[in-house]
Design a protein around this ligand. Structure first.
Ligand code: PHE
Length: 341
């Protein structure tokens, strides 16, 4: 029995010394010292040992038990130590990722705030809309060739007896008639910022983009008010020294119609490589057509108004001087791109 005890003890020492984890140690503890562990079993056999050997065997087993117990706890501590080696509490922690607003959301906020300063109220109207609001009521009857400009998406199978088919709004001008119907009696000072959809995709077009549309209707509103509003926007959004000009153009829903240009931010209107002639094109504007006023339930013999509608993405890029090589990047959800802003 003495041999047996010693060899069991040596075997246990070898295994405990080689253990690699706290779980291994615990397994070994149970295997040797547990209730039916190998050493415990030896204890149980003491009663069958001849009496002259009993005392010695008892001492040996106890000694083995103490040795294993202290070796186990020693190994346990040293495993803990080495686990702590790679933990350096002085290293700065890893910050949880923190997002920010999308570039276009920033642009929308900024545009809305600039117009809010001069009393424009931000509104939003349906982006899936009846034809009449998007075209018909804006003086573009069905089959009018001007509609081609707007590359429209149609929603199949929906037809309103009065308002016609359903479309994805190709322009925020669809909000003009909705606003007239809502307010009923002018004054109206609306800024409608919304998504627009057109069947176009390339480096400078995306099927979904944003426009902001201004609409002012009151007694005695003239082109001078339009020009004043555009100049205010140019100064406050683009910079003090920027100026606008109106160029004659054509839209079915405004008369007269204009395209609005702004002096180039690089050469201040003198002409440079970027702008060529000193001016950059912002977008459309004009005096609300009397037919559109009538369609909106407003008396054109009493009230006049102006409207303008431009692309948010384009306007913001012109302000920030960002040269984004492909507009599709804005909506690609690529974090590498978006994190830059
Ligand atoms: N809605 C026109 C467009 O999408 C722009 C515009 C708005 C023109 C308001 C005149 C008045 O191009």
């Amino acid at each position: 029995m003495r041999e047996e005890i010693l060899s069991l003890k040596n075997q246990a020492i070898a295994q405990i010394s080689a253990a690699k984890s706290a779980e291994d140690l615990e397994e070994l503890r149970i295997a040797y010292l547990g209730r039916s562990g190998k050493l415990t079993e030896l204890f149980k056999r003491i009663k069958s040992v001849p009496s002259e050997e009993k005392k010695l065997v008892g001492v040996l087993i106890n000694e083995a038990k103490n040795a294993l117990t202290s070796l186990l706890s020693e190994r346990k501590n040293s495993l803990k130590e080495s686990a702590r080696d790679w933990f350096d509490p002085t290293i700065p922690g890893i910050k949880p990722p923190r997002g920010h607003l999308h570039l276009v959301t920033h642009a929308i906020d900024e545009i809305a705030n600039t117009f809010a300063q001069i009393g424009f109220v931000r509104v939003r109207y349906p982006e899936v809309e009846w034809d009449w609001f998007a075209f018909g009521g804006l003086n573009m009857p069905k089959d009018h060739p001007a509609r081609d400009e707007w590359e429209t998406f149609f929603v199949e199978g929906l037809n309103h007896p009065k308002f016609g088919e359903m479309v994805l709004t190709p322009q925020t001008s669809s909000g003009q008639l909705r606003e007239m119907q809502r307010v009923k009696t002018p004054p109206i000072r609306m800024i409608n910022i919304a998504k627009c959809y057109r069947r176009q995709i390339d480096v400078s077009h995306f099927p979904m983009f944003h426009q902001f549309e201004g609409l002012v209707i009151d007694e005695g509103i003239s082109i001078a008010h339009l020009k004043g509003t555009l100049d205010y926007f140019a100064r406050n959004f683009f910079g003090k020294e920027r100026k606008t000009r109106l160029r004659p153009f054509h839209f079915q829903f405004t008369e007269p119609s204009f395209e609005v240009d702004i002096t180039c931010g690089i050469c201040e209107g003198k002409g440079c490589k970027v702008c060529k002639g000193g001016w950059l094109e912002l977008g459309g504007a004009g005096m609300v057509h009397p037919v559109v006023l009538k369609n909106g339930g407003i008396d054109p013999s009493k009230y006049t108004g102006f409207a303008f509608g431009w692309g948010v993405e384009r306007t913001y890029m012109m302000k920030s001087g960002l040269s984004i090589p492909d507009i599709r990047l804005l909506y690609s959800s690529g974090l590498q791109f978006l994190r830059q802003f």
